[in-house]
Design a protein around this ligand. Structure first.
Ligand code: 13P
Length: 252
């Protein structure tokens, strides 16, 4: 039985005061909202220390939004995985479509970062997803398949057991246009089938999240799909009530 995971990707939002407030509400609300669900927040890196401190003793886990593939050295502006580990980061989002599109991350780099996270004992949340153009051209399955394949080739199927996968169609991110439950389920099932070609147990056990305009209104139907194990939530994760409602939907 896969335990659902609801992860909030705060992206580049918030400040010390707003994060204090948001965490206060999440910490006090999460116990009731999220029995049986793993709840994760991924703040901007500079707030990790603050958020880890505020999350201590609660059910809220902490993750990062990105990490460098190198462990240390002359990489100005980067944040290393051993540094994240010092702040109780259990997860790190890798290969988010914004990083792929805006910061030039390709499949090879994404695979390298996954390998580095696993080596550090931090669970990578590998993001995959097609653009609208690719979907309209009937390439969604092929694009996602190739993104997964790159990580399989670099890390091996065994490593996937220690990862989380997030399907985030680019056209659904920040657009208010959620994938339908059927559209999401089709891709999630295909991801699992691709993994099952190499290892049925890993395929059955790995958590595959959906991301892209998940709201309190759309979450329950998405999470009810057989191959959707929770969500990677952007905008709605910045509002405590909405995020907690999404956590509750995963618990139901
Ligand atoms: P939105 O929920 O704002 O669409 O963002 C999704 C996302 O990119 C999460 O990583």
């Amino acid at each position: 039985m896969r335990k659902p995971l609801v992860a909030g990707n705060w992206k580049m939002n918030g400040n010390a005061v707003s994060i204090n407030e948001l965490m206060g509400l999440l910490v006090s609300g999460v116990k009731q909202a999220a029995e049986g669900v793993d709840v994760l927040v991924c703040p901007p890196a500079v707030y990790l220390a603050q958020v880890s401190e505020l999350a201590r003793g609660s059910a809220i886990k902490v993750g990062a939004q990105n990490a460098c593939q190198h462990a240390a050295g002359a990489y100005t502006g980067e944040v290393a995985l051993p540094m994240l580990a010092e702040f109780d980061c259990e997860y790190v989002i890798i290969g988010h479509s914004e990083r792929r599109a805006l910061f030039g991350e390709d499949d090879a780099l994404v695979a390298e970062k996954c390998a580095a996270a696993l080596a550090q004992g931090i669970t990578p949340i590998l993001c995959v997803g097609e653009s609208l153009e690719q979907r309209d051209a009937g390439q969604a399955l092929a694009v996602v398949g190739a993104q997964i394949e790159a990580v399989l080739t670099r890390c091996g199927i065994g490593a996937v057991a220690d990862m989380v996968i997030a399907y985030e169609p680019v056209w659904a991110i920040g657009t208010g246009r959620t994938a339908t439950p059927a559209q999401a389920q089709e891709i999630h099932a295909a991801i699992r089938a691709q993994l099952a070609e190499q290892d049925a147990k890993v395929a059955a056990e790995v958590r595959v999240l959906y991301g892209g305009s998940v709201t309190a209104a759309t979450a329950a139907e998405l999470f009810a799909q057989p191959d959707i194990d929770g969500g990677l939530v952007g905008g709605a994760s910045l509002k405590a009530a909405d995020f907690l409602a999404i956590c509750s939907a995963a618990a139901a």
